[in-house]
Ligand binder design. Structure first.
Ligand code: HEC
Length: 144
């Protein structure tokens, strides 16, 4: 792993605009973004499975993973560090943001539970309404 430290140093220098932020604020923002990206990857896999493009052997574990990540997502926004793609409303309307994230997490847990108890057919109509990603992003994520 020699050179790893140097590589990190170079990466830090290269990420010019971000270096203006205090290092810990940058970490806070990156942390929540990584959590969102993890959700994104899991939802992409879920879509592949449900559309028949990928085998369904691991459907339960992907649903469980989405439920787990969702339950931890709110915590990653608790530190009030505006920036990234978050709109300031995340913190000025925290009660609403919190409620949406909790509703989202509860819905994903419910889908994983239905899958475990009743199987794939029973979740087909439940998945899309549970994934309230877009309705939250419409308010709380900066549009590009
Ligand atoms: C309750 C609100 C909320 C929910 C629900 C939510 N997100 Fe997000 N998401 C955000 C916010 C806020 C950001 C901006 C984070 C930042 O950059 O500061 C974001 C950012 C992202 C990003 C960009 C991450 C990056 O690298 O910058 C992706 C991808 C994403 N969300 C995917 C999802 C997916 C997929 C779901 C649903 C399965 C989801 N989100 C559910 C609020 C939410």
């Amino acid at each position: 792993m020699r050179g790893f430290g140097a590589a990190i140093g170079i990466l830090a220098v290269l990420s010019g605009s971000a270096s203006a932020l205090a290092a810990e604020d940058k970490d806070t923002i990156e942390y929540r973004q990584h959590i969102m990206k993890a959700l994104d990857a899991q939802v992409a896999v879920l879509g592949m499975i449900l559309s028949g493009a990928a085998p369904e052997d691991n459907l339960q574990s992907h649903l469980d993973t989405i439920a787990l990540i969702s339950q931890g997502a709110l915590q990653s926004f608790e530190a009030k560090v505006p920036g990234g793609e978050s709109t300031p409303e995340v913190w000025t309307k925290w009660a609403d943001f919190q409620q949406r994230m909790n509703t989202f997490a509860a819905a994903t847990v419910k889908v994983a539970t239905i899958m475990r108890e009743q199987g794939k057919d029973a979740i087909m109509s439940e998945v899309a309404p549970a994934l309230s990603c877009k309705s939250c992003h419409d308010v709380y994520r900066v549009k590009k």
